[in-house]
Write a protein of this length. Structure first.
Length: 586
């Protein structure tokens, strides 16, 4: 259960935060200062010419539940609210000076609102909110259309307030009447939530980037691009860039659909790459990449031309192709018998991703009845889009850990086999090829640093006779004994090797002449003393030759001088050590 503790803690905290910020307390509208405005009516047939003097012959029908709906693209509708209903709504709010209130459309995709408040039977005061209108008097420049209403004492108590509402997409917007302090609290709370959400999205992007830099795995780069595209899409589509950074609306539209196209192209390339081991599925899905590559710029051009119905069709097709790729990959993983936990993480990450993105678009138009209980409905898709990358990071890290463990195991095995290839099978000492490599590096280091370096050549005396007398098995025992004595006589940084046959070599790094003599004599005496362990009447002695590094030496000259010293030791009677020519005996 410990492996799921992190996920459980994360999800619990996430839903607690969502619950705290989402659901209003069980207080009535009079206590909360947050009321769904009732009594709004919609004009049945929109006039073909601008409305100059609305008459009694124009037909209006009540809207249900205070929810204003625009059912088509690039649409404009007229609505009205009776002054009596508006005044009664204001009276239900907490009492504030001059009976001010705030009228808010709870949808950032309402692009333009003209509000007409009657001053006389034939004269109306006009207030405007629009994406291109700037800071017009009485309107707050936020991501929601908001009218800070003036005191209604100076207006007619009979009559209607008319609203001309426009949008690029089909929208569904609750119409709220708020007390000023309630709106300010809502405004800052929504700002904090959105900034926190975007901060989490950016942190996941940075996480993918860091993992990519550490591991070099391309899958992290892929999801970094998708996460970056999703962050830009959410910020631009929901009006954050336009409202808070004051970016022009065309720039925000361009970033929305540019990011959407980027996500689909990168995602489709990822699915296609993962399906390479399934030739049939790979061939079936390959046209999707070409379609996504063509559709992304087409949707962008259509969006910049305000042809949002065709944008909707293109985006829906691209989104469906990405979803199909996700399903194909899931089926492929099922057939490969992927571990259940990886399958669950994959399904959870992709399901929450597509539900979150799809829900963000769908909630533009469709507002379920329970949304009226939410003070911030965006949290539904926000929670999904936070869960998705969390599960995905968990999935990717699990896969990376398996690959990392496999890599470490392979590296350890390679090191083990490499070590075996450098060792002599009988004695356990290094072999001649490794000795020559180390000696070359030691000579380079001595030449560069000026530190001392000594080299010893060792040969077992009369080993051929010993072999002939006692047999090859006893000869192998003698070689093993000498190797053990050499190993026990050296320092940690020294290197001993079997040079060939009954010859051994020792590299003494940083050893001066006295140290080299001490080590050589220790080896000679120990071999003679331990020869009794081979059995009665068995005597084993060794002869040694020592050479010291001089400027200009090479590994070959160092070996040759040590070999010459060894030859003299043999000539002088064996069981002794000799220095290279030019040095007095130790």
């Amino acid at each position: 259960m410990r492996r799921y503790r992190l996920l459980t803690s994360f999800l619990v905290c996430l839903f607690l935060v969502a619950g705290i910020f989402s659901f209003e307390a069980e207080a009535g509208p009079e206590d909360s200062g947050f009321s769904l405005l009732q009594g709004a009516e919609e004009m049945v047939l929109a006039p073909s010419a601008p409305l100059r003097n609305p008459g009694k012959d124009i037909l209006f029908e009540p809207v249900s539940g205070g929810v204003i709906k625009m059912g088509s693209f690039n649409n404009s509708r007229w609505f009205r609210i009776s002054m009596k209903d508006l005044i009664q709504g204001l009276e239900k709010l907490p009492s504030y000076p001059e009976e001010e209130g705030i009228l808010m459309f709870a949808n950032p995709h309402v692009t333009h609102v003209d509000c007409f408040i009657p001053e006389t039977p034939t004269k109306y005061a006009r207030y405007t909110f629009g994406n291109a209108s700037g800071n017009v008097l009485h309107f707050l420049y936020t991501r929601y259309p908001v009218l800070w209403m003036p005191s209604l004492k100076n207006f007619m108590e009979d009559g209607y307030v008319y609203l001309n509402v426009r949008s690029d997409y089909p929208v569904s917007a609750q119409l709220y009447l708020l007390a000023p302090r309630t709106f300010i609290r809502f405004f800052f709370r929504s700002l904090i939530i959105q900034l926190g959400f975007l901060g989490i999205m950016i942190s996941f992007t940075v996480t993918y980037f860091l993992f990519y830099m550490m591991t070099g795995e391309k899958v992290y780069r892929t999801f970094m691009l998708i996460q970056l595209g999703m962050t830009l899409l959410i910020s631009a589509f929901n009006g954050h860039l336009h409202a808070y950074l004051k970016l022009p609306m065309p720039v925000s539209t361009f970033m929305t659909w540019g990011a959407f196209g980027l996500m689909n192209i990168v995602g489709t390339r990822f699915f296609l790459g993962e399906l390479q081991d399934r030739p049939r599925a790979h061939r079936l899905y390959r046209p999707a990449l070409y379609f996504q590559s063509a559709m992304a710029p087409a949707v962008l051009v259509l969006a910049m031309s305000d042809r949002f119905f065709w944008v909707f069709l293109g985006a829906l097709t691209a989104f469906s192709l990405s979803f199909a790729g996700s399903l194909l990959l899931f089926v492929s993983q099922l057939r490969k018998k992927t571990p259940p936990r990886a399958l669950a993480l994959y399904a959870g990450a992709h399901t929450t991703f597509f539900l979150g993105i799809g829900g963000m678009f769908a909630c533009t138009y469709y507002a379920p009845h329970y949304f009226t209980r939410l003070s911030y409905p965006d949290l539904i898709y926000m929670v999904l889009l936070v869960i998705s990358p969390f599960l995905l990071v968990w999935l990717l890290l699990s896969g990376s850990r398996v690959r990392f463990d496999s890599y470490n195991l392979l590296k350890a095995q390679s090191s083990h086999y490499r070590e075996l290839s450098q060792r002599d099978g009988l004695t356990g000492l290094y072999n001649r090829s490794y000795l020559e490599h180390v000696l070359e590096e030691s000579v380079k280091q001595a030449r560069k640093t000026g530190k001392a370096l000594a080299f010893i050549m060792l040969d077992i005396d009369h080993f051929k006779r010993y072999n002939d007398t006692w047999g090859h098995q006893e000869g192998d025992r003698a070689l093993t004994l000498v190797a053990r004595v050499i190993r026990d006589s050296l320092r940690e940084q020294d290197v001993a090797a079997r040079y060939g046959g009954e010859e051994f070599s020792v590299i003494l790094s940083g050893a001066s002449l006295p140290i080299a003599c001490i080590v050589a004599e220790r080896i000679r005496l120990s071999c003679e003393e331990h020869s009794s362990t081979l059995g009665a009447d068995k005597t084993l002695t060794v002869s040694l030759g020592i050479s010291l590094f001089h400027p200009g030496d090479t590994p070959e000259t160092l070996i040759r001088r040590a070999d010459d010293a060894l030859y003299r030791a043999k000539k002088e009677g064996r069981n002794r050590m000799e220095l290279e020519s030019g040095y007095a005996p130790c």
